[in-house]
Design a protein around this ligand. Structure first.
Ligand SMILES: *Cc1c(COP(=O)(O)O)cnc(C)c1O
Length: 402
């Protein structure tokens, strides 16, 4: 503890910075849009707003598939994917690459689905060769669906979705391919149709810059065909009543979430103004490069290191940082209590030796450099060993994008 802290001084006053992997920072414009009064949900104006959302969202996923919105978090979209396509006793294969796909599988198991987890690593992406080998053994096609995440928010890995599609095709396997893009949606390039994804799920509170409360799902024709025979169907989440909508509330199976519709519409306008989703992806890529440059510069044997060694396997939405002998809880405490920076806690087995920096959504250079500079200051204040200045490396990385 230094002198100023002994005197009760603190550097945390001012607008705090939440570098969290969701909920992400909500733009003031979105917050203001959400503060509008309620309108008649049967008005043409409200119906048109929803029609615009349903027309725009699939473009962000690059799909001609059917769009569904669940008034829920990402877990609700997970549930919607499962109950509309599977039956009790069906078998599914969950591709582990951290925590989130496994939790999705646990939800399926509760509904009487038989779940097999293909073990993966905390330190790298899904092994497509292992996927192909496992599916090739399933000559009777017992496995009805393959589930994975694009980005695992616990480990910071980005899975190579086309390579997994190629593995499924390589085994000539008919299973539905379901991908969780909750962390990566609006941050990482994603081409649902070109990549052969049958169901994509996402949510609004990460890359899309809207407070938690909307889950998104896209289903292609193969997924819609599976709906015909699914027996896990749940009335409220069922696709049938949400298709061929004539009355506004049918989109949402009840009263539309008016404030969230306003907020999401504003966020989509902001994405358009930025130059479209590709421009948003490019910004995430540049800001992620700065984070990676900093973490790599800080790295020392036994100290800081990126959880995912190779850049091409890292998510541009969240970075998990291993701290070795440095107490990750203390790094987070100093940043939060002393300097107004909230970092993501490690998840699962990674709690004490990892912290996470979320870099998804409404972010720019000063927010990222401020975050990295504050982490570096916290490390220095602890006397933690670091290789070299991460801030200098991050500025250098950003200079290439200016
Ligand atoms: C955040 C997240 C979830 C869970 O979303 P909720 O909105 O909390 O239900 C699922 N998968 C991934 C990859 C996530 O990042």
């Amino acid at each position: 503890m230094n002198d100023s802290s002994a005197m009760g001084g603190s550097l945390k006053y001012g607008r705090s910075m939440e570098a969290l992997p969701g909920p992400s920072i909500i733009p003031d414009r979105v917050l203001r849009a959400m503060a509008a009064p309620m309108r008649d949900i049967y008005s043409a104006e409200m119906m048109e707003m929803s029609q615009r959302l349903f027309a725009t969202l699939p473009k962000l996923a690059n799909t001609n598939g059917e769009t569904f919105i669940a008034i829920s978090n990402g877990h609700g979209a997970w549930q919607m994917a499962l109950c509309n396509t599977l039956s009790r006793g069906d078998k599914i294969l969950v591709l582990e690459s951290g925590r989130f796909a496994v939790i999705w599988g646990e939800m399926a198991a509760l509904s009487g689905v038989e779940v097999e987890v293909l073990p993966g690593s905390d330190r790298g992406p899904i092994d497509a060769v292992a996927v192909e080998d496992r599916l090739a053994q399933d000559s009777g096609h017992e496995i009805k669906a393959v589930l994975c995440v694009q980005t695992d928010t616990a480990t910071g890995v980005r899975n190579d979705i086309p390579s997994i599609r190629a593995a499924i095709d390589g085994a000539n396997h008919p299973a539905l391919f379901m991908v969780d893009c909750i962390a990566s949606f609006g941050c990482e390039p994603f081409y649902m149709d070109d990549w052969g994804v049958d169901i994509t799920v996402a949510a609004c509170q990460k890359g899309l810059m809207v407070p938690p409360g909307l889950g998104f799902l896209w289903a292609n024709d193969k997924a819609l065909a599976a709906h015909e025979t699914a027996d896990l169907r749940i009335g409220y989440l069922d696709w049938q009543s949400r298709m061929n909508v004539k009355v506004h509330y049918e989109y949402y199976a009840g009263t539309p979430p008016v404030s969230h519709i306003y907020g999401l519409a504003e966020a989509l306008t902001m994405i358009e103004e930025e130059g479209g989703i590709e421009a948003v992806w490019a910004r995430h890529d540049a800001l992620a490069s700065a984070v990676w440059a900093a973490v790599e510069a800080w790295s020392t044997p036994g100290g800081i290191e990126p959880n995912i060694a190779q850049r091409q396997h890292r998510s541009t939405a969240v970075t998990a940082i291993r701290t070795g002998s440095i107490d990750a809880t203390e790094v987070r405490r100093i940043c939060e209590d002393r300097a107004g920076l909230v970092l993501g806690i490690g998840i699962g087995d990674l709690v004490t030796e990892t912290f996470r920096i979320g870099h998804m959504g409404h972010l720019n250079s000063p927010m990222i450099l401020g975050t990295l500079g504050t982490v570096e200051a916290a490390l220095l204040s602890m006397g933690a060993p670091i290789g070299s200045s991460g801030v200098a490396a991050a500025a250098e990385a950003l200079s290439k994008a200016l």
